[in-house]
Design a protein around this ligand. Structure first.
Ligand code: KIV
Ligand code: NA
Length: 265
């Protein structure tokens, strides 16, 4: 298969090919994912929880993200590398430009930004400056203090309508991919139908255009936090780390994962 590029994301959605994404934080896991045919690799700021042992993503710095992005980039040949803009590094367009530039120079092809509202200006600012952007709506872990915990978002009609509006606005601002986290299946389905850009779900049901899981969750490695409903341990059926990545990719592409037991209705 060819190496992934940003314009190929739209082709995949148009052709109805599911996108398979995993998080990675180092070169060796990244290399194994790449060889297993994982399409998109995300250096998530979840590294604050799974690698650094914090209880939120708030302590993660741009320097941390740049370090791990450079590590992961060395392991990839085909997968598209996306890196999170960590807490407050996207608070203003100017700060976001500096952070995103450092991440692209470390090897990322796209940066991910949580939220809409004032972030729309930042998304537009980066896109106009040749920096591809992935949005992230629903449960945005950098909002944990305001939200009061990690909870499903968009449950009532008003919240679902707001989420749909935000998703359209993120696309309108120029994002070329959108992660939906902990969103009821019908809401994520409606958003995926509304948008031309691909949606990537995590706890957002099977109708998204792709799926993402945190590496440690997929391998059943305990991070000290309660295991959310959408998590599935693929190591059990895969038999090895490489087998777990292949089993996950196959389950996403066939539509077998996520099923109702791993989604919110
Ligand atoms: O940080 C992360 O790992 C993420 C994914 C869960 C989407 O943002
Ligand atoms: Na993240």
């Amino acid at each position: 298969a060819k190496a992934w590029t940003v314009p190929m994301l739209a082709d995949a959605k148009r052709d109805g090919r599911k996108l398979v994404m995993l998080t990675a934080y180092d070169a060796s896991f990244a290399r194994t994912m790449d060889a297993a045919g994982i399409d998109l690799v995300l250096v998530g700021d979840s590294l604050g929880m799974v690698a650094q042992g914090h209880n939120s993503t708030l302590p993660v710095t741009v320097a941390d993200m740049v370090y791990h992005t450079a590590c992961v980039a060395r392991g990839l040949a085909k997968a598209l590398l996306i890196a999170d803009l960590p807490f407050q590094s996207d608070a203003t367009p100017a700060r976001a430009l500096d952070a995103a530039t450092a991440l692209l120079q470390a090897g990322a092809a796209m940066v991910k930004i949580e939220g809409a509202a004032h972030k729309l200006e930042t998304i537009r600012f980066l896109v106009e400056r040749e920096i591809p952007v992935c949005g992230h709506l629903g449960l945005t872990p950098q909002s944990v203090l305001r939200l009061g915990g990690y909870k499903v978002q968009g449950r009532d009609d008003a919240a679902a309508a707001r989420l749909r509006e935000d998703a359209r606005a993120v696309e309108e601002a120029g994002a070329q991919l959108l992660v939906l986290e902990c969103v009821p299946t019908p809401v994520a389905a409606a958003i995926s139908a509304d948008l031309r850009i691909a949606t990537i779900g995590i706890g957002a049901g099977p109708a998204c255009d792709g799926q993402v899981l945190v590496l440690h969750d997929l391998l059943g490695v305990n991070s000290g936090h309660r295991r959310p409903k959408f998590v599935k341990d693929f190591l059990a059926e895969g038999g090895s780390v490489a087998g777990a990545f292949s089993a996950y990719a196959e389950a996403v592409r066939s539509g077998a994962f996520p099923d109702a037991a791993h989604s919110y209705d």
